[in-house]
Design a protein around this ligand. Structure first.
Ligand code: SF4
Length: 214
């Protein structure tokens, strides 16, 4: 099997069993961006609680959140963990949008992929996974998002070497699959589902997993 065929086979097995995942779980591009920052090192339920806190007091907008002191923002997002650090990162992202696009979120989200990615990565606290999640799920730009589940699943099936880094894994997908926004969207979401439910760090449930036999 070629690498392309292997990646297509993995996708087909996950999709056939699990179906569409309807990602990203957020109502607006801004909510997706906030979620992408908050989800670092925590599970999604905690992120939802933090976002609900912001929604509950009408703060889930660029203008409202930008006007909020960082210390208060940290209190609202406390359920997401590392709340002081994440409040700082969110603040950095909001400041960047306000400084470069005068608070025009639509204009911010309509930038060409490569300079947009570079700009996001230049913001303190925004790494490749967060940047690419914003690009793919908030800005609808075709870039493959890599996370620890992606690395674990692919290395356990010897599609990649254990020591492959973020960029190498991203290139593997983007070099061997067609450049398709919907495919990238669904593929990453399915890998997260498989990693979350079956391919745990210890005691993976291979018997029940859609990828058994790959
Ligand atoms: S749980 Fe087992 S079969 Fe499923 S992806 Fe992980 S290693 Fe593969």
């Amino acid at each position: 099997m070629t690498t392309t065929e292997r990646l297509q086979d993995i996708y087909a097995r996950m999709y056939d069993r699990l179906g569409p995942q309807h990602w990203w779980p957020g109502e607006t591009p801004f909510e997706v961006m906030v979620g992408a920052v908050l989800t670092q090192n925590t599970n999604w339920k905690n992120v939802e609680r933090a976002i609900d806190n912001l929604k509950g007091v009408g703060l889930l907008s660029l203008a409202a959140l930008s006007a909020l002191p960082v210390g208060l923002l940290a209190e609202y997002i406390r359920p997401a963990g590392y709340y002081n650090i994440k409040a700082g990162r969110l603040h950095n992202l909001l400041t960047h949008i306000n400084q470069t696009h005068q608070g025009d979120l639509q204009a911010f989200l309509h930038q060409p992929l490569e300079p947009f990615r570079e700009a996001l990565l230049s913001i303190k606290g925004i790494g490749p996974e967060t940047a690419d999640s914003i690009l793919l799920y908030a800005a609808n730009l075709p870039i493959f998002v890599v996370d620890t589940y992606t690395h674990r699943i692919l290395s356990r099936h010897q599609v990649i070497d254990e020591e492959f880094g973020y960029q190498e894994i991203q290139e593997l997908f983007m070099d061997h699959l067609e450049c398709d926004l919907q495919l990238y969207n669904e593929y990453h979401a399915l890998l997260v589902r498989v990693g979350n439910v079956y391919c745990k760090k210890t005691n993976p449930d291979c018997a029940a997993c859609p990828l058994q036999g790959v």
